[in-house]
Design a protein around this ligand. Structure first.
Ligand SMILES: *Cc1c(COP(=O)(O)O)cnc(C)c1O
Length: 407
């Protein structure tokens, strides 16, 4: 497999760095992976892609170079793009779709990014990986590390959802609860790098998770027969997925695969419980202030300070999109409403997108016939704390039919 990667490029000042060794931040800011796109355009065809197995590695030419036997995979990719008529109708919209990432390995789209990062760690011969996590990233890294036979270290805030703790422990990761936020966990991973010799899989601190998440955009384009939707609603924490998809669309445009060269308006959705990006967007800023007292049931959105803030905001603005916060107090209702309407396992993070959809439809920012795609980034089954409910009780020997009839 020839490599199409030419170099890594600092997102903050454009400095070039070699891609043939592990790299982290440059001036404390992330790196882009850059490709020889004219060469990709010659080597990759739509037919070739479509002839390959339905995993994210079908876009090999647009992914970091890796030997076949170094790919660490659990079959991630090709999540369904589901029409959601009933959900759309609730807001007077006729063309709403859900890209359902809840069906990926480990029950969230984090598998895409971590499949890429752990694969590259494996390619570089690393035997030990580490990550700070608000929840799903830790579970995904632990699973892929297990798959690769690597040692994994996971650091999470004390109030990380139960399921995320168990999935890390079950996958054999050394898992620690930290009395702080994800930023404090990140500091431990950074500080331990020399002593422990691990590959830091933190969001955007290595360049490959973006490339993994980029495959959501590549897949969406393929599933839409290369004619992208009008609007994408994306629940934003560190922003890897939004940044990655916007990069995917630019690369597809560059190789001439997009019909009409149309790209979606990207909507970065957060919760009022933690919304540094929408706050910066409204203030017209390129960088976000750290969000104080971040608290939300959508644990994937609880990122008070994102190292790629300017990359998210640049993408949103370039696309003609916006950044918006949905009311934390209504996340459960939106979640329940969307699941009851469609049967899709909508996570609290995607519920924020349902709230944003309601706002943007009501204000006319989204028109009734526009094609809208919501990313359902995880499975609600991973959030038992957010799902708790009281059920009516029946006596087996004197069933209260009146109660059953009245629902
Ligand atoms: C991590 C996570 C997010 C946020 O993803 P980013 O790409 O880091 O912004 C959203 N939803 C879920 C379920 C997550 O696990």
């Amino acid at each position: 497999m020839p490599s199409f990667v030419t170099h890594l490029e600092s997102a903050i000042d454009g400095t070039h760095l070699p891609a043939n060794q592990p790299q982290t931040l440059h001036k404390d800011r992330p790196l882009w992976v850059r490709y020889d796109l004219p060469a990709v355009a010659k080597a990759m065809t739509k037919d070739l892609v479509q002839s390959r197995p339905p995993t994210m590695w079908r876009y090999r030419e647009l992914l970091p170079p890796v030997d076949d036997d170094r790919i660490v995979t659990l079959g991630e990719g090709m999540s369904p793009l589901l029409p959601t008529l009933r959900l759309g109708e609730k807001f007077g919209l006729n063309n709403v779709w859900v890209k359902d990432e809840s069906q990926l390995p480990t029950g969230s789209f984090k598998s895409r990014g971590l499949a890429a990062a752990v694969t590259m760690a494996n390619q570089f011969g690393t035997k030990r990986v580490a990550i700070p996590t608000a929840g799903n990233a830790g579970g995904a890294m632990a699973a892929y590390a297990a798959r690769a036979g690597m040692e994994a270290y996971v650091f999470m805030p004390q109030d990380t959802p139960e399921i995320n703790r168990y999935e890390c422990v079950l996958a054999g990761a050394r898992t620690f609860l930290v009395d702080g936020l994800i930023t404090d966990c990140g500091k431990i991973v950074r500080e331990g790098k020399e002593r422990m010799g691990w590959f830091d899989c933190s969001t955007l601190k290595e360049p490959y998770r973006i490339e993994g998440k980029k495959t959501m955009g590549l897949e969406l384009a393929e599933q839409c027969d290369w004619e992208l939707p009008d609007v994408i609603l994306y629940p934003t924490g560190g922003g890897t997925g939004l940044i990655g998809m916007w990069k995917a669309f630019a690369e597809l445009a560059e190789i001439g695969w997009l019909k009409g060269d149309r790209r979606p308006r990207m909507v970065s959705v957060q919760s009022t419980g933690c919304c540094p990006i929408s706050t910066a967007f409204e203030a017209g800023e390129r960088f976000a202030e750290p969000f104080a007292n971040a608290s939300t049931i959508a644990s994937g959105l609880r990122v008070p300070a994102a190292v790629g803030d300017f990359m998210i905001l640049d993408a949103v603005r370039e696309s003609g999109g916006c950044a918006i916060a949905a009311d934390e107090n209504h996340l459960r209702e939106w979640m329940k409403m969307a699941i009851a309407a469609e049967g899709i396992s909508i996570c609290p993070e995607a519920a924020a997108c349902v709230g944003a959809l309601e706002q943007l439809a009501a204000s006319g920012w989204i028109k009734p016939d526009e094609r809208v795609v919501i990313f359902n980034t995880g499975a609600v089954q991973k959030y038992p704390e957010a799902m708790r409910c009281d059920l009516p009780q029946l006596k087996k020997d004197s069933v209260d039919w009146g109660m059953i009839e009245s629902g």
